[in-house]
Ligand binder design. Sequence first.
Ligand code: V47
Ligand code: SF4
Length: 372
Amino acid sequence: MDLLDIVQNKVEEGLRISPDEALALMASHDLIRLGKIASMRCRAKNGDLAYFIVNRHINHTNICVNRCTFCAFSRDEKDPDAYTMDLSEVIQKAEQGAAEGATEFHIVGGLHPHLTLDYYLDLLSTLRQRFPHIHIQAFTAVEIDYLSRITGLPIGDLLRELKQAGLGSLPGGGAEIFDPRVRQSICPEKITGEKWLEIMEAVHAAGLKSNATMLYGHVEDTRARIDHMSRLRDLQDRTGGFQAFIPLAFHPENTRIPQTGMTTGFDDLKTMAVSRIFLDNFSHIKAFWIMLGEKIAQVSLLFGVDDIDGTVVEEKITHAAGAMTSEALSREALVRMIQKAGKVPVERDTLYREIRRYDKNQELNIKNQNDN
Ligand code: V47
Ligand code: SF4
């Protein structure tokens, strides 16, 4: 039996593969077979369903004291294109989202040197008051740590306050790569991987769900990727609080690590497939179409992915780093992408509750002349 036979047998029996096996899978070029095995794991968890969400991203400030080398979005306070939205600007964006049927606000920003906790609490409570039916997924573990440090509030108390003000769950950003040597080179000022995990453990203990990301395709090797996923899998065993794992493909333009080039489609699909096989305790693997492009995101549905994220509407982080994708996709376009991959589209809310399922006869009047 070769490695892929061994792994396939394990997946068929619902068993876990080891980090060494995952590392060996990363060296395989049998992408089609990997996709088939990942699809088995995916099907066991989600059947034929593939999820999307109607959401609105809001990046309230690009001013950040960290200035990670891979980040083209952040600015120093004095830079001419630095910005911080006041509450009325945030509300304006939220109103647009609400008018378009968003069920989620996704809010992340830089680590601002002067904003106080009141800014964040006002933002949450005002949004909750004005849009009580829209879930607020906001602030990475990195922002939570920063807020705790500038206020002196212990993480648990801080999370309680934010939750009370309207925080519904946390996005998965800021994880990057946990390996300390890689982390030191791409984001030396950022909290350690251990700290990120510690904060997520507290988030889950506070009764909040979160996602987990991994930024790949820069200076890390496959060992660092598997180490990253391994630490996530260990924490998930303890808390069960992660909903989705989201591999984020690095975009080099305008960053201080331009030499790496873009990730390849082969690597994108392999990374998603191996993550699906390895992370047996995660319900969902999400392909963020903004970073992958619509075509790879669609094909990833046959490589273990069951979620293509959302309508997004305004995306600043990857577009600052050269993303060629549009900033928004309509509900109809997402449904079509999923249906044309042979899956059943489900519009979900943030907590993966089904809002609407599109069966085969509901093609939404979006047929293209070349569709079959
Ligand atoms: O933490 C920054 C990444 C993240 C670049 O939880 C970059 O559902 C590629 O976490 N190239 C923020 N990536 C975005 C994020 C996210 C996105 C969509 C859904 C969810 C979710 C979370 O973006 C950062 C960082 O890892 N990032 N710069 C870049 N040049
Ligand atoms: Fe700041 Fe986040 Fe950009 Fe790092 S990735 S510089 S923490 S905004």
